[in-house]
Design a protein around this ligand. Structure first.
Ligand code: URP
Ligand code: ZN
Ligand code: ZN
Length: 491
């Protein structure tokens, strides 16, 4: 017998319709009016919306970065995602410097064994040697159809223009898409020591070291290379007018270019958050930096006029107050324990976090939590505020991510034959976001005390219930790897 979602309103990217949804096995088998219960388990969805499970195509779970490792892993991060209505994500595998892409994949496959929601991988290339180029077609066979190149983080992940251009040529030949972190890392690497030498060490100077112009310049460079190679380009975490302008020009010229922004860039500012008193601003250090209220308006407009195609999170969270317990000693004799296991030994133990950058903004690990709140915050300030329609909300947070990254129509919509990833959304439910009720492994959230109206009340993945109110029904290992198709559409 199946599960019958009765009396709800289904929202897809194109319409809102009153319909029942029948799920048999892992997929949706029927959509229609007044489907007979026929012994199915009935979920009453009166006054509720039924949406496809959210898809976050930009996450960094358990990422070694900035002298530590990001907190949430494929266990804690997945649970938090599902409580927020996100049932699939794509994480960035990082090629370990000097090693092969397969070496990176081995690490991520190991982390993924405890998966609770569905996931895919992007491949971040740090070093494109000839033998690495030869590995790329094999990625497509494994369902990895997107390459990521960092134009920033000099001496860590940054690649040069030759590498970026070559990667685009190879990607185009293989039906892949290239994603870029677009900031001019050479300019940042020049400005940072100058700022520090002048005594500007507080978190807010992170933004001074990465002005919007270097994001606009790098975006333009990548857009031009996409036009020259014909390789589809997806610019991640866009924050400001200068980069949006570059993307808009590329799209007007007919280049195959797309972009996303992330939740935080629509709300947080340098003045109110990064420049908060003391070391508080470290909570909001991410790259590119949060900007100004003017940039927020530019981003909302870009969502409306389809310059931007998606909203993700770039979830990459670090303790604000970390570095507790004998972690250095532990690191030296690692013994195969994960950081989560380290922290479980004693509740006061924590891996290093933002405090690494006290007295030096350049040492603050870059990134913030957000995987759980994306759908609630964008619903409140997008749909409830009248900026975007419910269908556009679904398009930006579920359908477009699935289309652009080769998972549609298995994921990203409610239609016959699609995976039964279903969020039962209560548009009337009021909720206050707080670190006290988050499921993310964090000691702060960036939306503390924010009130939202509209929240997932039940979340299903491939027909199986993960969330019901405050209760969790997921299990480690039940999240599936989703192989993705090549030659996904440019939208
Ligand atoms: O600050 C950020 N964005 N941290 C995660 C790594 C990246 O650049 O996406
Ligand atoms: Zn980035
Ligand atoms: Zn990122």
């Amino acid at each position: 017998m199946g599960t019958l979602f009765k009396n709800g309103t289904v929202i897809t990217a194109s319409e809102m319709i009153k319909a029942d949804v029948l799920v048999e096995g892992e997929t949706i088998s029927l959509l229609g009016k007044d489907i007979a219960p026929d012994g199915h388990e009935v979920v009453d969805c009166t006054d509720k919306y039924l949406m496809p499970g959210g898809i976050d195509v930009h996450t960094h779970l358990e990422l070694p970065f900035g002298g530590t490792v990001s907190n949430d892993d494929f266990n804690t991060g997945h649970k938090a995602a599902a409580f927020g209505g996100t049932t699939s994500h794509i994480d960035f595998v990082i090629q370990p410097v000097g090693k092969s892409l397969e070496d990176g994949l081995k690490i991520w496959r190991e982390k993924s064994k405890q998966a609770q929601i569905d996931y895919g991988y992007h491949m971040a290339i740090t070093d494109l040697r000839p033998e690495v180029m030869e590995e790329i077609p094999g990625l497509v066979d494994q369902g990895i159809t997107s390459l990521k190149l960092f134009m920033a983080y000099k001496n860590v992940f940054q690649v040069d223009d030759t590498t970026l251009f070559k990667a685009m040529q190879i990607a185009e030949e293989n039906g892949m898409i290239v994603m870029v972190h677009a900031e001019n890392g050479d300019v940042e690497a020049t400005l940072t020591p100058e700022l520090l030498a002048a005594g500007n060490t507080a978190p807010q100077y992170h933004a001074s070291s990465r002005p919007p112009e270097i994001e606009g310049e790098a975006t333009n460079r990548a857009v031009v290379m996409s036009g020259l190679t014909g390789c589809p380009l997806y610019v991640v975490h866009m924050t400001c007018e200068s980069s949006i302008d570059a993307l808009r020009r590329g799209r007007a010229a007919g280049y195959p270019v797309m972009g996303e922004s992330c939740t935080q860039y629509f709300f947080l500012t340098v003045d109110d958050h990064l420049a908060a008193p003391g070391f508080e601003g470290a909570k909001y250090v991410c790259s590119p930096p949060i900007r100004t209220t003017h940039d927020h308006q530019v981003l909302w407009q870009a969502l409306k006029d389809s310059t931007l195609q998606a909203v993700s999170t770039d979830h990459c969270n670090f303790w604000y107050d970390g570095g507790k317990g004998p972690w250095q000693e532990w690191l030296d004799e690692r013994g195969g324990l994960s950081w989560v296991e380290y922290e479980q030994q004693d509740p006061s133990y924590r891996r290093p976090g933002k405090e690494l950058g006290v007295g030096n903004f350049a040492k603050i690990p870059n990134g913030m939590p957000g995987l759980e709140e994306r759908m609630m915050v964008m619903w409140e300030h997008g749909v409830n505020a009248g900026r975007i329609s419910p269908t556009r909300f679904v398009e930006l947070l579920c359908t477009n991510p699935a289309k652009i990254f080769g998972m549609y129509p298995r994921k990203g919509t409610i239609s016959v034959g699609s995976d039964a990833d279903i969020v039962v959304w209560d548009p009337e439910l009021e909720y206050t976001l707080s670190v006290d009720n988050t499921h993310m492994l964090t000691d702060y959230i960036v939306y503390e005390g924010w009130k939202v109206k509209g929240k997932p009340v039940k979340v299903y993945q491939r027909g199986k219930k993960l969330v019901d109110g405050d209760e969790w029904f997921g299990k480690n290992g039940e999240g599936c790897y989703i192989p993705r198709q090549a030659h996904a559409p440019v939208i």
